[in-house]
Design a protein around this ligand. Structure first.
Ligand code: NAD
Length: 543
């Protein structure tokens, strides 16, 4: 049946099966969750409250472990430990700090099965999407481990008087960095921003999201095993609304990843204290399929871009703009590929999409799709929750006919839902890609990569991927990553992702000449000599 002839709401039944009943894929069997391993993780939370809350797995909705909770006193204690440890760490040679990161790289690759199991348990994502997390951390640790000295060593700069003014710029760590992280990539988001903070000589106090504490605590354990000295990485647990302010009040810099509304709150609090912050926020990311695109490649990329981690990915594509001339062919290929996806619960390879994280996420996805359908959008594939697979499963969904009056037109869904739109000319496509308040990621498919580059430069997004969904920029750790407009401030990755955690100190040694009249000169003669010097330096082509 061609996609266009399919009735709204059809297509869901074609997705894979539920492995819960299959003894070979027993979702309750995982060594990562034996009580001793769990205790080894949860004891890392700085907590004296005596309070614990359960961590649940979205795979079945069952509790996984009890996680101790932190209070304001614990935040205070975490910062005290961090400040004590940071003094010695800042004096540790950059090479030694970098060597710790390279050991972390090796550990993460060696222990990836354990890491991936835990991520799958806590987030419910498909194993192939969980694999992206140790991969990203290995890439990040290697990049910063290899480039630490290059970025951080003091640099000679040109002094005002060549030869007589010796100027250099030193990078000084901020001190203690507060990190507030989300749940969607629980291992990556717990480590990727802290790695450069540590390299720069800072200590970290981190508050991961309450839904995914265990993956974040495994990150802390691996840092310790890689040789990070005690006190430099401190984990607190609790609701952001309670612990956010105590953390910001004590931080020298704040790194936040999460939603745009929370980002605004964090920015206001940091401004009040005159401390810096970086904010990695939401998106409503567009993909453009130009008329000369390789349509198979574009459809494959679109499926990854839309459904990775069930769409709970900040750089996921939620708006697809396709050239008129190829719209029908592309739509059919996309629908066909989407229908062929396998949905399974469990930890095994072979599932193309896992669960959403929670009832809240499921409610948002259901509300967005139901609203669109009620206002006239057509479901080409998907469009249904799948309680037979697990409590928060929702089918990969492609919508057509989404209009500005529908919530999902411009509001981030953060779920496995994409709206297909036609465009008539490229200027129109660029204008529509730039609609709305966000500017995180864009993707462009075209055989003419020069043209795609030109279009990319006109799209107001922090990352643009040509003939790729999102991974080309995200995995190129030397390239900064972050959002324009309401998608954020500051960048992770690259030099910017490291230098945000430092202050510069400029130090200049002045020899012979003073910046005042000498040798019996008066002020006027001094001004004339300096003016002549400036003219000479300009002619000589010096600074
Ligand atoms: P969220 O803003 O609700 O929560 C993120 C973190 O902030 C959590 O740790 C939470 O406990 C904490 N928090 C909540 N309220 C707080 C407050 N008042 N003060 C301090 N901390 C507070 O975000 P979410 O909905 O859980 O995460 C999904 C959002 O994150 C999406 O919008 C997604 O696009 C975005 N995200 C962005 C990136 C990126 O790199 N740009 C990456 C991942 C997720």
């Amino acid at each position: 049946m061609s996609a266009s002839s399919q009735p709204a709401g059809a297509g869901g039944a074609s997705f894979g099966d539920n492995d819960l009943a299959d003894p070979e894929h027993d979702v309750t069997a995982s060594y990562a969750l034996d009580p001793a391993s769990v205790r080894a993780l949860t004891r890392r939370v700085v907590s004296t409250t005596g309070r614990e809350i359960p961590a649940y797995t979205p795979i079945t909705g069952q509790p996984l472990a009890m996680v101790p909770q932190s209070g304001e006193d614990d935040v205070e204690e975490a910062f005290a430990r961090a400040r004590r440890a940071q003094k010695a760490w800042a004096q540790t040679p950059i090479r030694e700090r970098a060597a710790m990161l390279l050991r972390l790289h090796d550990l993460v690759l060696d222990r990836q099965d354990e890491i991936i199991d835990l991520i799958c348990w806590e987030s419910g994502k498909a194993r192939k999407h969980a694999f992206d997390e140790p991969l990203h951390i290995a890439l990040t640790a290697r990049y910063y481990g290899r480039t630490g000295v290059q970025h951080l060593a003091p640099k000679r700069v040109r002094g005002v008087v060549p030869g007589l003014t010796q100027a250099e710029v030193t990078r000084v760590p901020k001190g203690v960095v507060g990190i507030i992280a989300p749940w969607n990539y629980p291992f990556t988001m717990a480590l990727c921003d802290g790695i450069p903070a540590l390299l720069a000589g800072n200590a970290v106090v981190i508050k991961p999201d309450a839904q995914t504490m265990l993956s974040a605590l495994l990150g802390a354990q691996l840092l310790e095993e890689a040789g990070l000295p005690e006190g430099l990485w401190n984990v607190v647990a609790g609701p952001g609304r309670e612990l956010g302010t105590p953390i910001i009040d004590r931080s020298d810099y704040v790194c936040f990843t999460g939603s745009t509304p929370t980002g605004r709150i964090i920015a206001r609090q940091c401004a009040e204290r005159l401390i810096g912050c970086s904010l990695e926020l939401g998106g409503k990311n567009p993909m453009l399929v130009l008329r000369d695109a390789d349509l198979d490649r574009a459809a494959e990329g679109a499926v990854r871009a839309v459904f990775s981690n069930a769409g709970q990915l900040c750089v996921a594509i939620e708006r697809l703009y396709v050239a008129d001339q190829v719209y029908d062919r592309f739509r059919d290929k996309l629908v066909e590929r989407t229908k062929a996806m396998t949905l399974r619960a469990g930890l095994q390879w072979g599932s193309d999409m896992g669960s959403l994280i929670s009832q809240d996420q499921l409610d948002t996805v259901v509300a967005h799709v139901d609203d669109a359908v009620a206002k006239g959008a057509k479901v080409l594939v998907g469009g249904k929750a799948r309680p037979d697979l697990g409590p928060y499963y929702y089918e990969p969904t492609v919508l057509e006919g989404v209009s500005p009056d529908m919530t999902c037109f411009g509001t981030e869904t953060f779920g496995p839902v994409v709206a297909l739109h036609r465009f008539h000319d490229e200027a129109d496509a660029i204008a529509r890609a730039n609609e709305g308040e966000y500017g995180l990621n864009a993707s462009i498919y075209s055989r003419d990569t020069r043209r795609a580059r030109e279009i990319g430069r006109q799209v107001k997004c922090g990352t643009v991927n040509v003939n790729e969904a999102f991974a080309a920029t995200f995995a190129s750790i030397e390239a900064p990553m972050g959002g324009m407009r309401q998608s954020g401030m500051g960048r992770r990755q690259g030099a910017e992702g490291l230098l945000r955690y430092t202050e510069t100190q400029s130090l200049a040694v002045q020899r012979v000449l003073r910046f005042a009249p000498q040798f019996g000169m008066n002020d006027k003669t001094y001004a004339q000599v300096m003016t002549a010097n400036l003219r000479l330096l300009r002619k000589a082509g010096r600074a």
